[in-house]
Design a protein around this ligand. Structure first.
Ligand code: PMP
Length: 393
């Protein structure tokens, strides 16, 4: 068969993920110091495991409503109401907030782009970006317009405004961000939302790392410190689509669980897309996620904040690192004196059995690399040691 003729242009237009290539390389090394993996190093909390196991044993394994099982929708809706001050999604036809359980945050992102982008339509994404953003946009026929956020990695209204055209449908913000860990301030979020409102476009807020927001990046609100978000602005449920996930927060990335809340008209269209693609998120794992909001992740987040400090202290001596306020990544500049691209530095690190991700995987530039500190402190310490040695040269 002529595979080349048979394969779609859509598929040909997408390259295999650069992160996958690093995974494959890593599999060939013996006992590498692996700072490449963007997944938490703690087990799923017991009550969450038990809820999923019980659901399977009690035969709750069939299809669910496209929007998700009512118990999880209610838990998510309560969370959004308590945390952001949004009206609850009562499920009533007149409610103006919608909420849907999705197959990972990726599922929510994909359905959002399916619902918003016609061929040639634009969505503005940060550069550096989460690897899936541009490919998803192109699969949906749209164009991901990059907003250059170097060197401080802040996607400000000032940087976004000149990129808005007649084809722009949405701006996609990711704070705390992958690959940089940078957290926007509430003022920056507000200004970005005001810009989107002025231009009549949707602000998408990918908040998959919302729980991993360290004390120094939090701002006062809701009776304590909270992670800044455009969804905290008054009446933002009319123009902000919030995407959150369970995988990173509760160590269950393989469960493929997330949820999305926002303007009812948009969630209704996304639900239609869900019906004919994913159908519903995995039923027993939806039940598994019901108790998640009762689990206190604060001790884990504090441990991660300590690791963040290790990274910024050690690497700050030899190069520039924009201080991560959250997530579990740092985006590190290859010092100019080394005269090397991110890819070349990655290869040099590989010779020392150290796995990173070259910055070009996340960006039009190839000047940085990403490390993940979702790894045991002794391993992280060894990795930092190697990095400092390499960059001292
Ligand atoms: N958004 C961002 C910013 C991410 O970093 C990731 C995963 N690395 C995702 C979305 C996708 O997450 P999920 O596994 O929930 O689909």
């Amino acid at each position: 068969m002529d595979a080349d003729r048979l394969i779609s242009d859509r598929c040909k237009g997408v390259q295999a993920s650069g992160i996958r290539r690093v995974f494959e390389l890593g599999a060939q090394l013996t006992n590498p110091i692996d700072l490449s993996i963007g997944q938490p190093d703690f087990p799923v909390p017991d009550p969450v495991k038990r809820a999923a196991i019980e659901a399977i044993e009690q035969n709750r394994n069939g299809y669910t409503l496209s929007q998700g099982v009512p118990a999880l929708r209610q838990a998510c809706s309560k969370r959004i109401a308590d945390d952001l001050g949004w009206p609850s999604d009562t499920g009533a036809p007149q409610s103006d907030v919608g909420l849907m359980v999705t197959t990972g945050t990726s599922g929510a992102l994909f359905l959002m782009m399916m619902a918003l982008l016609s061929p040639g339509d634009e969505i503005i994404i940060p550069d550096p970006y989460f690897v899936a953003y541009p490919s998803m946009a192109s699969i949906c026929g749209g164009v991901a317009v990059r907003c250059d956020t170097y060197p401080d990695f802040r996607m400000t209204a000032e940087r976004v405004e000149p990129l808005i055209t007649k084809r722009t449908k949405a701006v996609l913000l990711n704070s705390p961000g992958n690959p940089t860990g940078v957290v926007m301030s509430q003022r920056e979020c507000r200004e970005l939302l005001e810009l989107c409102r002025r231009k009549g476009i949707v602000l998408i807020s990918d908040e998959i790392y919302d729980e991993f927001c360290f004390a120094d990046a939090q701002e006062a609100g809701n009776g304590g410190g909270v992670c800044p978000s455009p969804a905290r602005e008054p009446n933002s449920h009319n123009d902000v689509l919030v995407i959150r996930g369970f995988g990173k927060t509760y160590g269950c990335t393989g469960w493929r669980m997330g949820f999305v809340a926002g303007p009812k008209w948009l969630i209704t269209e996304m639900t239609k897309m869900q019906q004919f693609t994913y159908v519903c998120a995995p039923a027993p794992l939806q039940w598994g996620c019901v108790p998640t909001f009762d689990v206190d992740m604060a001790p884990t987040v504090q441990r991660y904040a300590k690791r963040r400090d290790m990274v910024t202290q050690r690497l700050g001596e030899v190069t520039d690192v924009a201080r991560p306020g959250g997530a579990f990544y740092a985006f590190v500049k290859v010092p100019g004196r080394m005269n090397m691209t991110g890819q070349q530095f990655f290869e040099k690190a590989l010779q020392r059995n150290l796995l990173l991700i070259p910055g070009g995987v996340f960006s039009d530039r190839d000047t940085h690399f990403r490390i993940s500190y979702a790894t045991a402190p002794d391993k992280l310490e060894r990795g930092l040691e190697v990095l400092v040695e390499l960059m001292k040269q």
